[in-house]
Structure formats: C-alpha cells, structure tokens
Design a protein around this ligand. Structure first.
Ligand code: ACO
Length: 428
C-alpha cells in the first residue's frame, strides 16, 4: 500500500498522498487539501514547499551534492564544455558526437543579433546597468521573431528559439558592455568556440589580433557550467511562473534575468566586490564589518556568505575556489581588494557566528573574484551569471510546458480590513 500522511483539523482527519523522488526525498501532496477541508497551507518564501516535480537537477543542501540530470557537478565542471552541459540540461541526455556537432553548428549559426537591435542599445544611457539592458534586449528579441509568441508552435520552432537564445545571449551581453564604454561593437567570430567568442566580443578591438589565454577560457567554461542550473531558485521559479501563463520563452527568460538581478540572488557577485571595496576604502580592517554582520540591529550582511539550501558547504564554491586560485596565480594579479577577500574568507570560516549558522562563502563570493581578475567590470558580473544560467532556465521552462503544468497561482491568507462602507471624499 502506498504511503499516506494524515492531517487532523477541527476534529476531522484527512489522508493525503505522499510522493517520493528518485533520491528518496518525500513530500506530502496537499493539492486536494483545500477541496477536502477548506484549509490551505502557508509557507512564506516557499522554504518548505515544492512547486513541481522535476527531473533536471538534484541537490542536497546538507550533504553538499549538486547533479545535473544525474551527473555530479564536479565531473561536469572538470570534463565538459558548457554547450555540452547546456544540451544535457535542455534535452535530458549528453549529446552523441553527431548531436553535439549539429547543436554547436546551430548555435554558431545564430550568434549574430539583428542589426536593428543596435538602435535600442545605443539609446541607453552610458551608465545603464547591463542587467536592465539584458532583460529588455531578451524580451525585445521576441518582437523580431513574432512566430515565437504562438503557444501552439511546433517543436522545431521551440528548438529554434532555444538555439537563438543560447547563441545570442553572449553577443547581447558583450554589446551591452562595449556600448557602455562607447567602444566599437565587436561582431561574433564564428571560428571561435562559445567562451572564446564571448571573450573576443568583450575584449577585442578592431585594430589588434585577439588571443584568449586558455586558463581564462577554461575558468569561464567552468563558471558557466557551475551556474547552469540550480533547481527551483528565485529566477527559475520566476521563469516557470511567467511561462505558465503561456507567455513566450523570450519573455519568460527576460523575467528570469530580472529576478536574478537582485543582490540576494545573482546580484550577490556584484555586491561582494562592492562590499570588499567599501571595506578597503574604510581602511581595510575586517573586525568592524564582521561585527556589523553579526549585529541583528544592523541590516549589513556579508555578501557572498550563506545560502538558502546549502547549510554545510556549496559544492560549486569548492570547485570555483580552485579555479580562482589558478586564475590569480596564472595572471599574477596583485589587487588589495582580492587580498581582503582572502582575509575575510579566513575570518568568517573560523568565527562561531558563521559556523553556527552554516554560513560559508557561496559560489558568488569566488566567481566575483575571478571575474574581477579577468577584467570584467563589476556591473557585468550578474550578466555573467545569466549567461551560465540560461540553459537551466530553458530546461525548467521546457519541462513545465511538456508536463502541461497549470498556470502558477498561489493562494494567500487575507489579513486586511473586513468589509466596510465607502466614505465619499468630502466626508473624509
Ligand atoms: N551575513 C550575516 N548573517 C547572515 C548572512 C550573511 N551573509 N546570511 C544569513 N545570515 C544569518 C541571518 O541573520 C540569520 O541569523 P539568525 O538565525 O540569528 O536570525 C541566519 O543567518 C539565517 O539567515 P536567513 O536569512 O534566514 O537565511 P536564508 O536561507 O533565508 O537566506 C541568503 C539565504 C539570502 C542567501 C542569505 O544567506 C544572504 O542574504 N546572504 C548574502 C547574500 C548572498 O550572498 N546571496 C547569494 C546567494 S547564492 C545565489 O543566489 C547563487
């Protein structure tokens, strides 16, 4: 007999089905609870609520496990190319050689962005935050491909949208940066692989031959893989919710970019460097800042520390810490901000407040360090995260659509005024 859970309210007991995942995680299915009892469940911030079943990413926050489609993140980060991982996430299996060749050809074929998009770019102020530009540009792409707005589109059309998104996001990101600098835009050069092409569009200039250091290309490849998916986080849930209304994929991904922007999510990598710079400008002493982070009356938090689900360690942080060390020693970077980062890591890892709460440096702490060493401007850090996360968002959206999930629409407990009569303005 299958397992059930019993809930007793107002003297009545209701039996609810239990769902078990392939890694033995268990959930009580409360979807019929309201119809049976009149009760809903409440869980602000969804700390204990599963919004979906999903076969994409497994993570165990206590044990520090992260797997995409069953493959450990450590193996993927060490051995795979980012586009291989993108294929795995989106289509469910690693590509065969033939499938991978076709996939890469298709991505390469679509890297160019419609020339009219430049007019939008050029209209932004030089100081425009590139995440704002990314969210707007990705949504704007839907206007160039109106057929993508039809919810009944065939699979081939969906694949085309997916390939266009993966192909064009590095071009849009690099253009957002070049445009902010008022430098000439570099067009994609399709002799380059994905990561190298992005670095070329970011850092090349028309009058010099471009060379990307393999250590940098490899670090970027790793970073993108590590960020590629993270199950039902804030931005993935946003993509699913927006997509569940059958809004098109460009619009859904654009919403994911907006959700990622916040400093409690992807914006943390930018916030880390800004915090380190503040500490440096304040004289570099760490004690004051660690005390502020511990003070409940002070809103200051150590950016890049803590995670909603990883309470022991973030497996991505372990991998990226090594890549950060490699990049810093290869490039011979001397940077007082990065010295403060190392010191802060040491202090926090040995401080009882952080130990008791399971607050460790997360992936954003180290990724911020690498991006800075690569010469990527701080405001672009969250854009880099979005580049990596794109295949995950697409996979989450595709799974939701293929499962025919209903529109996302949570309930609430109303705590406002009871019914009262309207008072005309002159009597107020
Ligand atoms: N600095 C100081 N104290 C912290 C920090 C921090 N960075 N993070 C959590 N705490 C403390 C809280 O004050 C709380 O203490 P208490 O139990 O004494 O009240 C306890 O640790 C638990 O914190 P919550 O906010 O309940 O944890 P939650 O899981 O809701 O938040 C979050 C996780 C948002 C990531 C949080 O740790 C944080 O704000 N970190 C800094 C921002 C950051 O680095 N975000 C990136 C996340 S990773 C990503 O999106 C890829």
């Amino acid at each position: 007999m299958s397992e059930t859970a019993k809930i007793t309210v107002e003297g009545k007991t209701y039996e609810l089905p239990v769902t078990t995942g392939s890694e033995q995680e268990k959930a009580i299915d409360i979807s019929k609870l309201r119809a049976l009892s009149g009760y809903i469940t409440i869980d602000t911030g969804f700390k204990n609520t599963g919004s979906t079943k999903s076969a994409i990413t497994f993570l165990d926050g206590e044990k520090g496990i992260l797997r995409y489609r069953g493959y450990p993140i450590e193996q993927l980060a060490d051995n795979a190319e980012f586009l291989e991982v993108a294929y795995l996430l989106v289509y469910g299996e690693l590509p065969t050689k033939a499938e991978y060749t076709l996939f890469k050809e298709s991505i390469t074929h679509h890297t160019l962005v419609h020339e009219d998009m430049r007019q939008f770019l050029e209209a932004y102020p030089a100081k425009a935050h590139p995440m704002g530009i990314m969210a707007a540009s990705l949504c704007t792409l839907s206007t160039f491909y109106p057929e993508s707005q039809d919810p009944a589109r065939p699979t081939e059309a969906i694949d085309l949208t997916i390939h266009r998104l993966i192909a064009k996001i590095p071009t849009l990101a690099a253009w957002a940066y070049k445009n902010a600098m008022r430098h000439p835009l570099m067009y994609p050069l399709n002799k380059f692989e994905y990561c190298e092409n992005f670095l070329y569009m970011m850092f090349a200039n028309p009058s010099e031959k471009y060379y990307a250091d393999p250590v940098i290309v490899s670090a970027l490849n790793k970073l993108l893989i590590l960020h590629a998916d993270h199950e039902q986080n804030c931005s993935a849930s946003t993509v699913r919710i927006v997509g569940s209304s059958q809004a098109n994929l460009y619009a859904s991904i654009s919403a994911g970019v907006s959700a990622l922007w916040g400093p409690l999510h992807g914006g943390a990598n930018q916030a880390v460097i800004e915090m380190l710079e503040t500490i440096k400008n304040d004289g570099g002493g760490l004690d004051k800042w660690v005390q502020k982070a511990k003070d409940k009356n002070d809103p200051f938090r150590l950016m890049g520390f803590g995670h909603r689900v990883y309470k022991n360690f973030d497996p991505r942080a372990k991998i990226i810490k090594k890549a950060a060390d490699d990049v810093l020693s290869k490039l011979g970077v001397v940077d007082p901000v990065l010295d403060i980062a190392k010191e802060l890591e040491e202090v926090a890892l040995n401080d009882q407040y952080f130990i008791d709460r399971g607050l460790y440096p997360n992936v954003d702490f180290y990724s911020g360090i690498i991006y800075r060493a690569l010469g990527i401007p701080t405001e672009m850090f969250t854009v880099m995260f979005a580049l990596g996360r794109l295949p995950g968002w697409i996979a989450q959206w595709k799974e939701m659509m293929e499962d025919n999930q209903p529109i996302g629409r949570p309930r609430q407990i109303y705590t406002g005024e009871n019914e009262r009569d309207f008072t005309p303005l002159e009597k107020r």
